[in-house]
Design a protein around this ligand. Structure first.
Ligand code: COA
Length: 390
């Protein structure tokens, strides 16, 4: 159908503003006469091939120019006040006044040509080209309205160094302000993350333990605080085993997708430490007191399917198709109305925020004490000396 050629996938919520009309007439000043009927037909075909939805404003321009080219000035009655879509289309066409058919045809061809070139320049670029600069321990990329924050220390199982905590906070801060709809945290390599880098406990000068424990607790409080306050949908894409803090913060995510190779382990007691990431509050809420105790107190490691059955994980995918299935799903979700999605997230989360910050503060003050305990120091020393014993 010719109309479908002019405006593909027509959906419109409101009529064009005067600004939109100004943009329309601005575009017209660019006109250079000479597009043939053949150019016009080929432009109509090109519109159907556009990969990126050009948006309602541009679709209105295309529609108006198409009608002006094929039928001349608008001479039909204005649709009724409740017929919003047809009224917007009529207004766009009518705004072209007595624009000659040839000029409208040229403008249509020019507009499609602009759209086609920006469409092809927005095609998927290699990840290296999309990588945001400034991060040493992460790879941060944005595509399809999704900002992906990938922990990038695969040789160390993505153990979280102090620098990595800081870079994740910076990446979240930037992502909260960029134009992305969804934010993803994932890991590079075979692990999602092995949790806190136990080397963070090393190289502390004698007499500085208390001060460093305090600094560590502040860093951890701020890190978890970023997740509590994060305003957009947060998705964890758990590509492999997850340990410690990388598990405990999952209660602050909106979706958790896991490969069936992933496991979930919080061996705090074994390390002389105590739960963080608000898990002392979120885990009992998510999975019930008894299951939460088994994980957080007794260090039971869950498979992905067990974690899903207990409500910690949204869905589990076979490892062989994990990336493909998850990213297809996320790309579809990222096309949902952005502001509505963010507002929904905030209404789901805001009621709990104050409580979560209080839990975060309490957990970190307990941890600060634990880090100074013999049980913790001995457990960390035992991990760090284990290679020497092999
Ligand atoms: N802190 C510091 N280093 C870590 C680490 C962590 N959390 N996780 C992994 N690494 C390091 C290992 O020391 C090793 O370093 P090396 O190559 O210089 O020797 C490297 O990453 C690879 O880990 P490795 O232990 O050789 O691999 P593995 O497959 O045998 O075991 C783990 C992987 C994650 C099970 C094991 O490293 C481990 O138990 N890590 C500690 C996890 C932990 O207790 N986290 C804190 C929770 S609160």
């Amino acid at each position: 159908m010719a109309l479908a050629g002019a405006v593909r996938c027509w959906r419109l919520g409101a009529g064009p503003s005067s600004l939109q009309m100004q943009a329309l007439s601005l575009h017209m000043s660019k006109t250079a006469m000479g597009a043939s009927q053949k150019d016009f037909e080929s432009a109509m075909n090109q519109v159907k091939l556009l990969k990126k939805d050009p948006g309602n404003e541009v679709k209105l321009k295309l529609y108006a120019l198409y009608k002006q080219t094929t039928e001349g000035p608008c001479n039909t009655p204005r649709p009724g006040v409740f017929d919003l879509i047809n009224k917007a289309k009529w207004d766009a066409w009518n705004a072209l006044g007595n624009l000659p058919k040839e000029t409208a045809r040229q403008n249509y061809v020019d507009l499609v040509s602009d759209l086609s070139s920006s469409d092809s320049s927005s095609q998927v670029k290699p990840e290296a080209d999309r990588k945001q600069p400034g991060y040493e321990t992460l790879v941060v990329t944005s595509e399809d309205s999704i900002t992906k924050i990938m922990m990038n220390r695969p040789a160390k199982k993505n153990a979280l160094t102090i620098q990595m905590y800081r870079e994740i906070m910076l990446a979240l801060e930037a992502a909260s302000k960029d134009d992305s709809t969804i934010i993803v945290l994932t890991g590079n390599g075979d692990y999602y993350s092995s949790g806190n880098d136990l080397m963070n406990f090393m190289n502390i000068p004698p007499g500085e333990m208390e001060k460093e424990a305090k600094n560590g607790a502040i860093l951890l409080r701020d890190f978890v605080g970023c997740f509590i306050d994060f305003p957009k949908p947060l998705v964890a894409v758990i590509n492999g085993p997850a340990i410690g803090i990388s598990v405990t913060i999952l209660g602050l995510f909106d979706l958790v997708y896991a490969s069936d190779r992933a496991t979930f382990h919080t061996p705090f007691t074994h390390l002389g430490q105590s739960p963080e990431g608000c898990s002392s509050y979120t885990f009992p809420k998510i999975m019930g007191q008894a299951k939460a105790a088994e994980m957080l107190m007794f260090g039971k490691k869950l498979t992905a399917r067990e974690a899903c059955a207990q409500g910690l994980v949204t869905e589990v995918f076979p490892d062989s198709t994990f990336q493909k299935e998850v990213w297809t799903r996320l790309k579809a979700y990222s096309k949902l109305p952005r502001n509505t999605l963010h507002i929904s997230k905030q209404s789901i989360r805001n009621l709990e925020k104050e409580k979560l910050h209080a839990v975060n503060a309490e957990e970190n003050s307990v941890l600060q004490e634990r880090w100074l305990s013999d049980e913790c120091i001995n457990a960390v020393m035992s991990f760090l000396s284990r290679k020497a014993k092999l």
